[in-house]
Design a protein around this ligand. Structure first.
Ligand SMILES: Cc1c2[nH]c(c1CCC(=O)O)Cc1[nH]c(c(CCC(=O)O)c1C)Cc1[nH]c(c(CCC(=O)O)c1C)Cc1[nH]c(c(CCC(=O)O)c1C)C2
Length: 368
């Protein structure tokens, strides 16, 4: 028996800081909780040291490494949540596709999908518990090792974003190969999106069973769609995922908040706030006050400082954070960036961001 198998998803340490979970449910908290997308990342020297010389997806398959990388940012900063170290592309791998992380190039598929016939290359039925067991073990281990300090977030890529990677074969500016499918092969596109949805639902439920206390869906490529295609090829699947996961969680007597982050989908804010997610994540192109108005108190909001604001001097970061908090208000709000941290960011400025959120939100609460 390997040492991971001894770690079971039960008897987890008691949660000490639940501000993130309460804010996700729209409750008032002592301070506004804060975390950063890509908080476990290359901007931290200890992350670069741990990852050095190791294959990215091999790291993802090692529960011990994932646990260590997830915990690293918490040792430096008083974040109010942690996100499990993994990647959205483990799902296409589970469907049978080969993906490598190439230095300087990012994720690269060996043999991307080209035509609808290629769907036959995908596993028709995926045993999620077998294929993605390593993620579940990483979550269980981390949930123990985090010692109840903050909640642990599980995540998945959303169907359209994963579909676009599977067809583009990696990062892309135009996503024109994937969008070509939407216009030329709409039925096959829906078939692929349905296949992904089925796997994602199982995957998210498996993450909760393993110990995830919240779930975030990353629709990172929403912006490239525009409102009409978003309504046809993204939104229905986002809604289906939330509804199916929620129904099952109810049966399991679990109450796990779900966050949807559809980057650059400001055109769909109203729809996203009526999609069964407790929290809508926002990129920096949306004004906080108008986001509140447009979502009408139906959901909590998360975001949305421009990550590049972290290049500003610390006093300026503090001012930007203060304005952002005033725009969102301190209730039903989780502070974050509008997208992930970049590798060249100064950890000290990340610390200044976290500190400013806590300080200004406590002051705002005093004035109410
Ligand atoms: C740290 C990291 C990750 N993935 C990649 C890196 C950098 C590579 C490395 O360190 O070697 C490659 C890695 N993985 C991906 C990319 C983007 C490729 C591209 O489109 O150009 C890269 C460089 C794909 C990916 N992967 C992810 C997204 C959605 C979020 C987003 O929009 O950025 C996406 C699009 C999710 C993701 N990815 C990761 C996490 C957990 C860490 C954390 O957030 O603290 C998460 C949540 C981890």
């Amino acid at each position: 028996m390997s040492k991971n198998e001894l770690i079971l998803p039960k008897d987890f340490p008691q949660l000490k800081n639940n501000t993130f979970l309460r804010a996700a449910r729209g409750e008032q908290t002592e301070h506004v909780p804060v975390w950063c997308m890509r908080q476990a990342g290359r901007y931290l020297p200890e992350f670069r040291a741990s990852r050095e010389g190791k294959d990215f997806f091999e790291t993802c398959r090692s529960p011990e490494h994932c646990c260590e990388l997830t915990l690293q940012p918490l040792r430096r900063f008083p974040f109010d949540a942690a996100i499990i170290f993994s990647d959205i592309l483990v799902v296409p791998q589970a469907l049978g596709m080969e993906v490598q992380m190439l230095t300087g190039k990012g994720p690269t598929f060996t043999d991307p999908l080209k035509e609808p016939e290629d769907l036959q290359r995908l596993r028709a039925s995926v045993d999620v518990n077998k294929e993605l067991d390593y993620v579940f073990r990483a979550i269980t281990l981390t949930r123990h090792k985090i010692e109840g300090k903050v909640p642990l977030i599980g995540f998945s890529g959303a169907p359209w974003t994963l579909m676009s990677y599977m067809i583009e074969g990696g990062g892309s500016n135009t996503h024109s190969k994937a969008k070509r499918w939407l216009y030329r092969h709409p039925e096959s596109s829906h078939m692929l999106l349905r296949m992904l949805t089925d796997v994602i639902v199982e995957y998210l439920l498996g993450q909760v069973a393993a110990g995830a206390q919240a779930l975030q869906l990353f629709e990172s490529h929403a912006g490239i769609l525009g409102p009409v295609q978003f309504k046809e090829f993204s939104l229905p699947y986002l809604r289906d995922i939330a509804r199916r996961v929620k129904d099952k969680l109810k049966e399991m007597d679990q109450d796990v908040p779900m966050i949807v982050f559809a980057k650059d989908a400001h055109y769909a804010l109203e729809e996203l706030s009526e999609s069964h997610y407790e929290v809508v994540g926002l990129d920096w192109t949306i004004d906080p006050r108008s986001a509140r108005k447009r979502t009408g108190g139906k959901v909590s909001l998360q975001g949305n400082m421009d990550p590049c604001a972290l290049y500003a001097p610390k006093e300026r970061i503090s001012d930007i954070v203060k304005k952002m908090l005033e725009g969102f208000g301190s209730r039903g709000y989780i502070a974050n960036l509008g997208h992930g941290l970049y590798p060249d960011m100064d950890p000290e400025n990340v610390g200044a961001f976290v500190e400013a959120v806590h300080l200004h939100s406590k002051n705002m609460n005093k004035q109410v």
